[in-house]
Design a binder for this molecule. Structure first.
Ligand code: GRF
Length: 190
């Protein structure tokens, strides 16, 4: 049986290591997704080069007028028959209206063990608080920041030697495992 892959858009703002990882995952024969579109909120996002490299349509929007931008993006999602949105280091907060239009079809990856450490600078705060564990979470996006239903989490041990940079590196490595695993969990019976 030929697997019908879910048409997916990935939203980024920066480095795009998760984007690169998701593209590689999408190219596997048994992957449940196909990435048809990359949306960036930043023209200088390094991650855009992965869209170019893998020949994926890319669009950049500055979000100066959020509601207009979101309307344009929704149209773009429709034109490209997108059925799933994966946020991966996307630094803009989507409006309630946008989320409603795509309810249950937007995922995000966050570099902490939610509900702990929502928002920005997670690694700095984890180190400052001398936490023994941190990690990452893939969750559905709802109208509250980093508060949607959790799909999967992975714990990471924080060592006494860790600083925000080393912790970020450790967590990112796990993020790259977790996002594909979460997609498999919700899209297939694997
Ligand atoms: C990741 O740590 C992700 O969890 C967070 O932003 C970072 C993006 O990294 N939301 P990258 O752009 O995918 O390399």
């Amino acid at each position: 049986m030929v697997l019908k892959k879910v048409k997916t858009a990935v939203f980024i703002s920066g480095t795009g290591s998760n984007l690169k990882n998701l593209i590689k995952f999408s190219l596997l024969k048994n992957s449940p997704i196909k990435i048809n579109l990359v949306i960036s909120s930043n023209t200088k996002a390094k991650g855009l080069r992965f869209a170019k490299l893998f020949n994926i349509k890319k669009k950049t929007y500055n979000f100066r007028n959020k509601s207009v931008t979101e309307k344009i993006i929704l149209r773009e999602l429709k034109i490209n028959e997108i059925d799933l949105v994966c946020l991966a280091g996307f630094m803009k907060i989507l409006s309630k209206n946008f989320i409603k239009k795509f309810r249950g079809k937007i995922l995000n990856i966050h570099p902490s063990l939610l509900p702990k450490y929502k928002g920005l600078n997670t690694h700095e705060r984890v180190i400052k608080n001398k936490e023994k564990f941190s990690g990452c979470t893939v969750h559905y996006v709802n109208s509250k920041l980093d508060a949607g239903k959790i799909i999967l989490q992975k714990k990471v041990r924080v060592s006494k030697k860790d600083n925000p940079v080393s912790l970020k590196r450790k967590v990112l490595k796990q993020e790259h495992r977790l996002y594909p695993k979460a997609l498999k969990k919700i899209l297939t019976n694997l």
